[in-house]
Design a protein around this ligand. Structure first.
Ligand code: ADP
Ligand code: MG
Length: 291
């Protein structure tokens, strides 16, 4: 069987049986980041993302923005668990004819995001490849009481997103987005979502991950799904790389979040539907997968 017959998530599932985990692992494969033991009050978070030339970017794009994205998408995964990022290692594969300047500028992009989000780059690896590859692995921490996973959504919960969706690839927003770390920290400190993840493969497909993990269904109000300028409903549902947060909140908390945001203007959270008890109520998706 070929990789393309399994699909990206089928392949990850198939690999699970070769990845034994000890009892000390709190959450392994299947969420935005792994959750590991750390100390009495906090968990360690661990995530990685890889970008490759001609799959995620081309040499015509600005190297700074490639570096920016490589770190920003990892920070987005740490934020999605309710935590904050700490230390990262950066591995690159570079073709031998690549101008040194290109790599330096990629690192400028990484450094700018690292500084903004208080991340230290503490190592990495460098190899020769045919196409440019950049992989970042990022650690983070989360107070145990603030950890949010994908499996806590309950019937009646409201579903929210942190911003307008769709058109991210065409508009170039996927290269310069700022991960929603401040929003995630605000939410876990003040409202404690029942489930949360970041939208990397499209709202519809990603919401289905929450539904599957939580064993619930969902009903979306299409008209209230916020769209980026020029994005159709289908694009808002299915385009990937939005990097907004998708989260669910128990009804009482959802109402108080709505009241809160009428009174102030710092963040806006968009209610887009509700969680139902009917597991058959999945979202129709043409979600992005790699194969
Ligand atoms: P995200 O978009 O949030 O970064 P992915 O869709 O890339 O998450 O991955 C889904 C889950 O599968 C994550 O828990 C990730 O750690 C895990 N995963 C992805 N690829 C592999 C792999 N090659 N081996 C083991 N686990 C993997
Ligand atoms: Mg994610």
């Amino acid at each position: 069987m070929k990789v393309s017959q399994l699909g990206e998530f089928g392949l990850i599932d198939a690999l699970k049986k070769f990845t034994p985990v000890s009892k000390r692992v709190i959450k392994g494969i299947g969420d935005d980041a792994a959750v590991l033991p750390f100390n009495k009050n906090e968990y360690l978070l661990f995530t990685t993302d890889m970008l490759a030339e001609d799959t995620h970017f081309t040499r015509r794009m600005s190297p700074q923005s490639i570096g920016h994205k490589a770190l920003a998408c990892n920070i987005s995964d740490i934020a999605a668990m309710g935590g904050y990022p700490t230390f990262a290692v950066v591995s690159i594969g570079t073709p031998k004819n690549l101008p040194v300047r290109f790599v330096e500028e990629m690192y400028q992009g990484i450094q700018r995001v690292a500084k903004h989000f208080n991340v230290s780059i503490v190592g990495g690896d460098t190899i020769k490849t045919d196409k440019i590859i950049i992989n970042i692995a990022l650690l983070g921490l989360v107070e145990k009481k603030y950890l949010v996973a994908r499996d806590g959504a309950r019937p009646g919960d409201w579903i929210f997103v942190t911003g307008p969706l769709g058109n991210s690839l065409k508009s170039g927003r996927h290269l310069n987005f700022l991960p929603r770390l401040a929003q995630a920290r605000f939410l876990v400190e003040k409202f404690k979502p029942s489930a949360m993840m970041d939208i990397s493969d499209g709202l519809a497909g990603d919401l289905n991950h929450i539904l599957k993990a939580s064993q619930v269904g969902a009903c979306l109000d299409d008209a209230s799904i916020p769209r980026q300028r020029g994005a159709s409903l289908s694009q808002a549902l299915n385009d990937g790389e939005d990097f907004e947060l998708l989260f669910t909140l128990a009804p009482l908390k959802a109402r108080s979040l709505m009241d809160w945001q009428v009174r102030q203007k710092s963040f806006y959270f968009y209610p887009i539907g509700t969680i139902t008890a009917n597991v058959k109520e999945k979202i129709n998706s043409k979600s992005f997968t790699h194969f």
